[in-house]
Design a protein around this ligand. Structure first.
Ligand code: MSP
Length: 659
C-alpha cells in the first residue's frame, strides 16, 4: 500500500542581498516538520528554493556591473551553504531560473490566457524612471520613489492582467468550507476584511519594461511578472504540465505552504485563484507565521541598530552548533506571533534546556550505568507507582507531540518532549540513585531506576530527531541505537531496550555556558564583525558609485559656442495651476522680455525668485508646457536630491553673455 504522503514548502527566497537569522526561520520550521513526518513513516516531499526574477535583481546586478545570473549565483550558493550548515533536508531546491520551472510558467500563463482568465490591457501608476518601477501612492516615501528617493511620475504600460476579481466569492467559500485552509484563524478575517471585501483588483501579471523574467511565449515583449512566476514553483517543482508529472500526481495538493505573514495574501488569495482558473485542486493548508525580530539586547541598543544583520547565523552555528540555533528558533518563538532574538535569551535557552535538562539527564544516567553496572544496561525489575508515572508520560508522548505538530505548533511539540525530560530529572532527585548505589541490598531498585531513565532518554531522543538532527543521534548512539533506522517510530513506548546492552558514557553534548561572560564576548564579536561589514559595504558602494558616474561625450568648443547663455532678471513669477512642478517666470534680458516655464516649483516659491538674477539658455527652441510657451531655460544644479539656481555674480549686467 502507498505510504501517506506529506508535501511541505517554504516560500522561495529573493537572492537580493545578505542572508540573516530571520531568513532561517521558515525553513528550519519546515525542516523540523518534514523530518517529523519522515520519522512517522510518511513519504515526504520538502521544497525550498529561490525567487530569482524581477526588477530588483535586474537593478542590483546593473549597479554591481554584472549580469543578473552572475549577481544571483553566489547569493544562492551562500543560501545553500546555510541550509547545509543547518541540516535542512530539502528534497528539491528550486530556482525560478531552472529550465523546467520556466517551461511550466509559460504553460500556466498560456493556459490562463487561452481560458480567458488573462487579458491584455494597460497598467497605470506612478513610475520611477531610473528604477524602472511602478509604485502605488501608499508605497511612496515622502511622495518619492521608495527605492532611490527620486521623483516619480504617472505612466501607463501595456500589461497582461489576471482576472482575480472573478474569484472573490469562490475564495470566501473556500475559507468557509475549509476552516483548516488558512491558519492561524485570525488571518482569515484579515484576508476577508482587508483585501476581499474592499474589492479585489485584477492583477498585473506581465511587464514590458522589465527584461529579467520569463518571456511570455506568445508575446515576446512581455515577461511574466512576479507572482505567477513565483507561486508556480510549488507545482513546477513536481513536474506539473511536463511529460513526467508523476510527482505532481503523487504530492499535489500540497499539505502545507508555510509563509511569513507579509506574503499570506499572495498565498491565500492569488494562489488559490490561479489554481481554480487552471482547474487544479487548491492546497490543503497555508500557515502564516510571525517574524523573528532582532533587538532589545544590549548589543543592539547601544548601537541603535535593531537590524537582524547584527546576528549572523553562520557565526552562531560556528560558536554553538547548528542544533543550538535550530532549537532556539523552534522553541522560543511563539508560533504564529513575532518573536525576538537576543543573545541573552538565546544563551539562557540553550543553557537551561539543552545543557541543564537533556544534556544533564543523558550524562548523569549514562555515567551511573557506567559506574554501577560497568556500562551494561541493567534489566528492569519491578515498577513502582513513581516509575509508572514517568512511564505513562513516555507512552503518551508520541500522541502529544504529533497533535502539536498537526496543529503546526512546533514550540508546543518541543515543550511536550521537555516535559518528559524535566520529569525524568526530577525523578533522579526523588530516587537518588547515588544513595541506592551505596547499599548493595538496593541494587535491583537501582537497576529499575536506571532502566526507566534510559527509556525516558530513548523516547525523548527519538522524538528529538526532527528538531536536533545532530545531537539526538548522538544521544541515541549511547544506547547503540541507529538514528537512521526507519522503524524507530514503531518503538515509541516503554520497555523496548534490552537489558545487558552496552551503554556508552555520554560526552557533554551541550557544554554549560557561563552566560554573563559569554554574553560580553559574543556581543563584542558580533559588533566587530558587523562594523567591518558596514565599512566594506560603504567602500563597495563608493566604488560602484564611481564606476556608475555618468560618462560624458566630449564636445568641441564650436559645439559649446552654439549655446547662447545670458544673464537675466526675474521680474515676475507665478505657479502654473494644473502642475505641481512648473512655474511661469517673466524674464528681462535688457534687450528684450520673455516668458519662461521652469520645473522648479517644488524647490522655490514664486516670491523667492522675483528680483533674482539667473542664467538663461536664450537660444533654445520655444516649447509649450502646460499650455504656456517657454522661451528659454533657466540653469540649475541638480544632485539628485536638491535643485539650486545657478546665480551670476552681483555685478553681472543683465543681458550680458555667459561664456
Ligand atoms: N520571494 C518571496 C516569496 C515568494 S513565494 C512564492 C519572498 N521572499 S523573501 O526572501 O523576502 O522571504 C522569504 C521568507 O523568509 C518569507 O516567508 C519571509 O517571511 C521569511 N522571512 C524573512 N525575514 C524574516 C524574519 N525576520 N522572520 C521570520 N521570517 C522572515 O517573500
Amino acid at each position: 500500500m502507498a505510504k501517506d504522503t506529506f508535501y511541505i514548502t517554504t516560500p522561495i527566497y529573493y537572492p537580493s542581498g545578505k542572508w540573516h537569522i530571520g531568513t532561517c526561520y521558515t525553513t528550519v520550521v519546515c525542516d523540523a516538520m518534514a523530518r517529523f513526518y519522515r520519522l512517522c513513516g510518511r513519504d515526504v516531499f520538502f521544497l525550498t528554493g529561490t525567487d530569482e526574477h524581477g526588477q530588483k535583481i535586474e537593478n542590483n546586478a546593473k549597479k554591481a556591473g554584472v549580469t543578473p545570473m552572475e549577481y544571483i549565483d553566489p547569493i544562492v550558493a551562500d543560501l545553500k551553504s546555510i541550509w547545509e550548515m543547518l541540516d535542512i533536508s530539502y528534497d528539491r531546491f528550486i530556482r525560478t531560473t531552472d529550465a523546467d520551472h520556466v517551461a511550466t510558467v509559460q504553460k500556466v500563463f498560456k493556459k490562463l490566457y487561452d481560458n480567458g482568465d488573462i487579458y491584455k490591457s494597460e497598467y497605470e501608476g506612478l513610475y520611477c524612471t531610473p528604477c524602472e518601477s511602478f509604485f502605488t501612492e501608499s508605497q511612496l516615501v515622502n511622495g518619492k520613489c521608495p527605492d532611490c528617493g527620486r521623483e516619480v511620475h504617472y505612466e501607463k504600460e501595456e500589461s497582461y492582467f489576471f482576472r482575480l476579481s472573478k474569484y472573490a466569492d469562490r475564495i470566501i467559500e473556500l475559507y468557509e468550507n475549509n476552516p483548516e485552509f488558512l491558519q492561524p484563524k485570525s488571518r482569515v478575517n484579515e484576508m476577508i476584511n482587508n483585501f476581499i471585501k474592499p474589492g479585489l483588483q485584477d492583477l498585473c501579471v506581465s511587464r514590458t519594461s522589465v527584461k529579467w523574467g520569463i518571456p511570455v511565449e506568445f508575446d515576446k515583449d512581455h515577461v511574466v511578472y512576479v507572482w505567477i512566476d513565483a507561486l508556480s514553483n510549488y507545482i513546477s517543482a513536481l513536474g506539473y504540465g511536463s511529460k513526467d508529472d508523476s510527482l505532481y500526481k503523487k504530492f499535489w495538493p500540497c499539505d502545507l505552504h508555510m509563509t511569513g505573514k507579509e506574503i499570506i495574501r499572495f498565498h491565500a488569495i492569488i494562489w488559490p485563484a490561479i489554481l481554480m482558473a487552471l482547474g487544479e485542486p487548491v492546497p490543503k493548508r497555508i500557515y502564516g507565521h510571525g517574524w523573528l525580530l532582532v533587538g532589545g539586547d544590549r548589543l543592539a541598543k547601544s548601537k541603535e541598530n535593531t537590524s537582524s544583520e547584527l546576528v549572523d547565523p553562520k557565526e552562531i552555528v560556528a560558536r554553538y552548533g547548528s542544533d543550538a540555533l535550530r532549537y532556539f528558533l523552534l522553541r522560543e518563538i511563539p508560533f504564529g506571533s513575532d518573536g525576538v532574538y537576543t543573545n541573552e535569551t538565546f544563551l539562557n535557552r540553550i543553557n537551561s534546556d539543552l545543557s541543564n535538562d537533556i544534556g544533564n539527564l543523558v550524562s548523569r544516567t549514562t555515567a551511573m550505568i557506567s559506574q554501577y553496572f560497568g556500562g551494561k544496561l541493567p534489566a528492569i525489575k519491578e515498577l513502582t507507582e513513581l516509575d509508572n508515572e514517568l512511564v505513562a508520560i513516555m507512552n503518551g508522548l508520541y500522541e502529544n507531540v504529533s497533535a502539536a505538530i498537526a496543529e503546526i505548533n512546533v514550540p508546543k511539540a518541543l515543550a511536550e518532549i521537555f516535559k518528559l525530560v524535566g520529569r525524568a530529572n526530577k525523578y533522579i532527585d526523588e530516587t537518588m540513585p547515588w544513595v541506592l548505589g551505596k547499599d548493595p541490598s538496593k541494587k535491583d531498585r537501582l537497576a529499575t531506576v536506571l532502566y526507566v531513565l534510559s527509556e525516558a532518554i530513548r523516547c525523548s531522543g527519538i522524538l528529538l530527531l526532527p528538531f536536533l538532527p545532530k545531537s539526538a543521534p548522538e544521544i541515541l548512539a549511547c544506547y547503540g541505537i541507529d538514528a537512521s533506522d526507519k522503524k524507530l517510530f514503531e518503538s515509541l513506548s516503554f520497555g523496548k531496550l534490552e537489558g545487558g546492552i552496552d551503554v556508552v558514557k555520554a560526552r557533554p553534548i551541550f557544554p554549560r555556558i557561563d552566560v554573563k561572560k559569554e554574553l560580553a564576548d559574543v556581543s563584542a564579536m558580533m559588533l566587530e564583525r558587523h562594523n567591518k561589514e558596514l565599512k566594506a559595504a560603504a567602500a563597495k558602494e563608493k566604488a560602484e558609485d564611481k564606476a556608475n558616474e555618468p560618462k560624458f561625450e566630449e564636445i568641441a568648443i564650436d559645439d559649446f559656442a552654439k549655446v547662447e547663455l545670458r544673464v537675466a532678471l526675474v521680474t515676475a513669477c507665478e505657479k502654473i495651476e494644473k502642475s505641481k512642478k512648473l512655474l511661469k517666470l517673466s524674464i528681462d534680458l535688457g534687450y528684450e522680455k520673455r516668458t519662461v516655464v521652469s520645473g522648479i516649483a517644488e524647490y522655490y516659491a514664486p516670491e523667492e525668485l522675483v528680483g533674482r538674477k539667473v542664467v538663461l539658455v536664450a537660444n533654445l527652441k520655444p516649447a509649450k508646457l502646460c499650455g504656456v510657451e517657454s522661451q528659454g531655460m533657466i540653469l540649475c544644479s541638480d544632485d539628485g536630491d536638491a535643485v539650486n539656481l545657478v546665480v551670476p555674480a552681483e555685478g553681472a549686467k543683465i543681458g550680458s553673455r555667459v561664456r
